[in-house]
Design a protein. Structure first.
Length: 156
């Protein structure tokens, strides 16, 4: 059973009625357009997350109807993406979110994923520093050679 949703994640109950020809949406439901606009992503991205099994909207005719659960899962997916986590790790964490009320295993798994990701980013940062130092050396040598040849360059 999922943990209680913070009030900041709950939708307002004063949502407008569905326009003619649109599926009737309850206050705790969202259309693909609602979610795309709220999270500033494309409907195609939302459908991609559906294809991965991260979201499971119900259907009313041709319309997808997303629940509170789907909205929360989408928010977690996007948070993981912002952190740079691979979708496989995001999916595992999102699925653990729904395993029960004991959050300890979820938090421990999340800490492990974050620690591994931090190590990877720190290594990438070190690699970038080494590369920038090499670029500085090459740039200095090229400028010195140009200056020695009588073609002074402006400092970058």
């Amino acid at each position: 059973m999922p943990t209680a949703m913070p009030s900041s994640l709950r939708p307002s109950c004063s949502e407008p009625a569905a326009a003619e020809g649109e599926a009737r949406i309850t206050p705790a439901s969202y259309t693909i357009t609602d979610l795309a606009q709220e999270f500033a992503i494309t409907p195609r991205a939302i459908r991609f997350y559906e294809d991965l099994g991260l979201l499971q909207p119900r259907r009313e005719g041709r319309h997808r109807i997303y629940s509170h659960r789907d909205r929360t899962r989408l928010k977690l997916v996007l948070r993981g993406k912002r952190l740079g986590l691979p979708l496989q790790d995001i999916k595992q964490l999102v699925e653990m979110y729904e395993t029960g009320t004991d959050t300890r295993p979820q938090l421990e798994a999340f800490v492990q994923v974050l620690s591994a990701h931090r190590r990877q980013l720190e290594q990438q940062l070190e690699d970038i520093r080494v590369t920038l130092a090499e670029i500085d050396q090459h740039e200095s040598r090229c400028r010195a050679l140009l200056d020695a040849a009588g073609h002074p360059t402006g400092a970058a």
